[in-house]
Design a binder for this molecule. Structure first.
Ligand SMILES: [Zn+2]
Length: 62
């Protein structure tokens, strides 16, 4: 398998994992909470990235 295909598969799997986690947070009612400090994530940030799991206080996790 060419290297570029491997990288594409990994990128897709990472996105799938993020979607899974976002759906799980929706089920648990914690979708809009930062997973680190439980601060509500801003509407604007969630609109820009619906899979966002952290508030803007943790740029290293983005
Ligand atoms: Zn936070």
């Amino acid at each position: 398998m060419p290297e570029s295909t491997n990288e594409s598969v990994m990128a897709i799997e990472t996105t799938l994992n993020d979607v899974d986690r976002a759906l799980e947070r929706l089920r648990q009612g914690t979708y809009r909470e930062c997973q680190v400090c439980s601060t509500p994530i801003s509407e604007v940030d969630l609109e820009a990235n619906p899979l966002l799991a952290h508030c803007s206080a943790h740029p290293e996790l983005a």
